[in-house]
Ligand binder design. Structure first.
Ligand SMILES: [Zn+2]
Length: 491
């Protein structure tokens, strides 16, 4: 069986796509490839063994993938997209932006260095309206983003992406959103960026996004607050345009609660009401923010949620839990809150009773491998508990979290999973099936999505078995994370 594959090792890589084509064509005509799972597993195992990393990556990039259930809309955008929209008044609703390029201490020493608006943080972005209100001394610290030199532009882009080995959790949580600042308060930029994400995810074979996207806190070009209703209308209008629809990607939203803020209970109450009123777009609520800040511990919200459940029909909850270094009971407590899905779940192995509860149950864990490495919750991929979950019957799916700030994509997650944990073809299929099965879509739309994914996958698999690498239609996009982690991919 597959005897022609033995020639792989002796042939130059340049010829390998032709050989894939020949070997799979031979196998297919001799009837060795049936629809049986066992045979399926076999062809994928052979492929994994023989393919170069680049060939595996190309395959996984083109492979249909289902959904991404865990990504934050503001953290999902590549720096070049932010730059383009910050400087293009046609696309951004007519807003102009400035960024902090100098650090003259206009207010003298003794300012609040660790507060949200630290005076010593560079590349904090503000709108023209805020700029005009600054003192003459402060204005000199800022420069219009469209006027940055090439070197400044490069540094500006790098300031919102973890591009260096020494950058990690603190850089991410304490500078990235603080820098984006008023750029993330523009409803037109937010809507445009969601469409960019739909296009990029569509290229990777994704058909559904459940985006963590808030419509609170937006401002007009004149610095006035913009209502949530107006912001949601701007988003819906953008999603109704042809280029968005042509992606074929369905989008629903999850409302995020920053869990450690002083008035988080009141915010949760307001969010619940808004989501209930906008169930056409919003399918759930999440609780976000660094979990090592104890002020946002899960049980803080138990009484509020129980009260809300007395008033409103069910709203699905997916909540970040177990994204910490220490063993604790946050995942158990989060299930007690009523969560249907768990974001990250990295420390579950330290809580055996909850681990048992999760086995063969219906609580999916949203796995974010790249995020967990870059934010230092694991030192290397081999330490990640993902294979233990996958192989003991805990539902899991792969997702990208804040991929713009990691410069990664969903293919990276699959590539790392296959490379590090030797996934079988059945396991690859399970991950994508789970991403749709455990979505918060209504049952009918969910079934339609599952059918669409399975049809896409059937066609992809047949074409690949018949024509090998030449059936892969899109050139894979290699982002900076995967280039740095696997330099051989670029050769
Ligand atoms: Zn997250």
């Amino acid at each position: 069986m597959f005897s022609s594959l033995k020639y792989f090792t002796s042939l130059a890589l340049v010829a390998s796509s032709l050989i894939f084509c020949q070997s799979f064509a031979v196998a297919a005509t001799s009837g060795e490839l049936s629809e049986k799972k066992q045979t399926n597993a076999n062809w994928f195992n052979k492929f994994k063994q023989q393919a170069s990393d680049k060939q595996l990556y190309d395959f996984l990039y083109n492979m249909p993938k289902g959904a991404d259930l865990h990504h934050h809309a503001s953290g999902s955008n590549f720096p070049r997209w932010w730059y383009e929209l910050a400087t293009n008044t046609q696309l951004n609703g007519g807003y102009r932006y400035y960024t902090k390029t100098k650090l003259t201490l206009c207010q003298g020493y003794g300012q609040n260095t660790f507060g949200y608006g630290s005076p010593t943080l560079t590349f904090v972005n503000i709108s023209e309206y805020t700029y005009e209100k600054l003192s003459a001394c402060e204005q000199k610290n800022y420069k219009e983003i469209s006027k940055l030199t090439n070197a400044e532009k490069k540094a500006w882009e790098q300031s919102i992406w973890l591009d260096k080995d020494y950058e990690g959790r603190d850089e991410f949580f304490q500078t990235h959103w603080q820098r984006l600042n008023e750029l993330s308060d523009n409803p037109y930029i937010a809507a445009e960026l969601l469409v960019r994400n739909m296009q990029a995810f569509a290229n990777e074979g994704v058909i559904y996004l459940e985006s963590q996207f808030n419509v609170a806190g937006f401002i007009t070009p004149k610095g006035k607050p913009q209502s949530q209703e107006k912001a949601l209308t701007i988003l819906k209008q953008r999603l109704a345009q042809d280029d968005a629809k042509q992606t074929g990607v369905e989008v629903k939203l999850i409302y995020q609660l920053l869990r450690f803020t002083p008035n988080a209970e009141q915010q949760l109450t307001d969010i619940y009401k808004f989501v209930d009123q906008n169930r056409d777009m919003y399918v759930g609520i999440n609780m976000v923010g660094r979990e090592d800040n104890g002020k946002g511990h899960p049980l803080r919200f138990l009484a509020t949620l129980r009260e809300l459940r007395q008033q409103y029909p069910a709203i699905a909850l997916t909540i970040h839990a177990g994204e910490v270094d220490e063993p604790n009971f946050h995942i158990r407590d989060t299930l007690l809150l009523g969560a249907d899905r768990i974001g990250h779940g990295v420390n579950l192995l330290g809580d055996p009773q909850t681990l048992l509860l999760m086995r063969h149950n219906h609580y999916l864990i949203e796995i974010n491998l790249v995020s967990n490495l870059l934010l230092e919750y694991v030192d290397e991929f081999k330490q990640h508990p993902f294979p233990e979950y996958l192989r003991t019957g805990i539902p899991v799916a792969l997702s990208t979290d804040d991929r713009g700030m990691f410069h990664s994509n969903l293919t990276d997650e699959f590539f790392i999973a296959v490379k590090t944990f030797n996934l079988s073809w059945q396991e690859v299929l399970t991950l994508s099936n789970n991403s749709l099965k455990y979505s918060f879509l209504d049952p009918q739309t969910k079934q339609a999505m599952l059918d669409k994914y399975q049809q896409n996958m059937k066609t992809f698999e047949q074409n690949f078995k018949q024509s090998g690498a030449s059936s892969l239609q899109k050139p894979a996009v290699l982002n900076q994370f995967i280039r740095r982690q696997y330099p051989q991919l670029t050769h």
